[in-house]
Design a protein around this ligand. Sequence first.
Ligand code: PGA
Length: 279
Amino acid sequence: MRTPIVAGNWKMNKTINEARELVTAMKNDLAQLAATGQVEIVLCPPFLAIPAVAALVQGTPIQVGAQNVFWETKGAFTGEVSPAMVRELCEYVIIGHSERRQYFGETDESVNKKVRAALAQQLKPIVCVGENLQQNEAGQTQAVVSTQVRGAFRDLTRDQARGIVIAYEPVWAIGTGKAASGVVANTIIESAIRRTLAELYDESTAQTIRVQYGGSVNAKNVTEFFAQPNIDGALVGGASLVAADFIAICQAAVKCNDGRRMTDDGRRTTDDGRRMTDD
Ligand code: PGA
């Protein structure tokens, strides 16, 4: 059983004070939801707000992530932040978000370097992949996504691979209000992402790695994604900046996971995912 993971990518939004306000408004609800063990919840504020957010969620099961990281450990890299620095306050780090690929020249190669550097510091990467509109319309989605997965996972061992979360985010769905359909996203994840992982490693690794959907996820459409067997949570942008919406999305994850546990393989499972003995 893969535990769903919902991460809020705040992007370049919220000053330190605004971040405190937002976290204060959602903290109790999110902590309760995360405490069920049915969803992992990660807040990814801008770097400067990370200390304030980390302090507020300390002692709760809510986790913190960064939105980027550099691959070198230290030195003359003005403006960059190292994995060890991020690890002091964060469990997760988003790597290769399409906005970083689009505006800051990130490539599959730099994504791979960052993933390896993050893993070396026990940071858990959330690696973003996804096709743009032109690639989608040209029927290249599978090839593009598969190439991005191969690039990000290059030279990683099976054990390292298992610690990574992938976010499938079609670029045309990000911030546009035009989400992919749950069925289509599920198909891409199955046919491009899990199949590629199975080729790189094995079927069990492909089934172990969690894959989120991202792109215009909101409190209304989220169930459509969480109901899909290959989708293990969401990477949420705009809706993660509204306390009630982000709480509702995390609630939906818990509810859907409950449903999945009951129907996994059409059989009841125990709390830790083992089949009950009556089958
Ligand atoms: P969105 O962003 O939810 O605002 O579309 C998602 C993302 O970029 O991770």
